[in-house]
Design a binder for this molecule. Sequence first.
Ligand code: ADP
Ligand code: TYD
Length: 208
Amino acid sequence: MNGLFFALEGIDGSGKSTQLKLLAKRLEEAGFPCLTTCEPTERPIGRLLRQVLTGQVRCDSRVVATLFAADRLDHLLNEENGLCRALASGVTVLCDRYYFSSYAYQSVDLPLDWVIQANQPCADLLRPTATIFIDVDPELALERIVQSRENTELFETRDRLIRTREQYFKVFDMHRDLEKVIFIRGGRDIDTVAQDIWERVRPFFQGL
Ligand code: ADP
Ligand code: TYD
């Protein structure tokens, strides 16, 4: 793989999608073409997952976790617009959520080891250059979600956000020797957070 791959992580309402766009803009301006993408994807398994998240389709949490892992594998490997292909062509890929999302969200209902195992094929194929974790207080995140959305999704409840944030810290600690994680304080204004992310990401591009 030639391109760099950054995953943005955080609980719902942490500002990932806002920051992903701002980071892509800065990178493009600095002369580094970017592909921005997100999970769940717009592909068939991702569309099914959206129906699960909005409550149209109900299924067991083990099925939900398996669908996320399958959507991710498809995201990596599909022939048409798979991430592995994009990275091989040298572009930088920025993705809103990757396997740490599954570890943190699905381990609220399921054994964490099981969730990690389900995602092992993805981890074997592609580890992020770095994961950018935007940390916000769950109360603030919920406030932002309620203000910005008409309907809330399956995991967008106060208790779930609190538990998920705890699980993120647990899995980052478990993987500290294997994964590069950049911690960002997301409770500040958008431009301050963007500047902080930029300063932490820029060194990866020096000399390229
Ligand atoms: P996520 O992708 O993590 O769910 P979003 O980027 O969609 O989060 O942000 C959720 C809402 O919060 C949006 O309405 C966005 O404009 C707002 N928002 C994002 N970052 C901040 C910030 N630093 N301060 C205040 N509001 C923010
Ligand atoms: P996302 O699209 O980031 O949320 P939003 O609706 O705020 O744009 O993610 C959708 C939801 O799916 C979110 O609640 C987190 C959850 N999720 C998992 O539970 N596991 C995963 O592996 C991923 C990628 C997302």
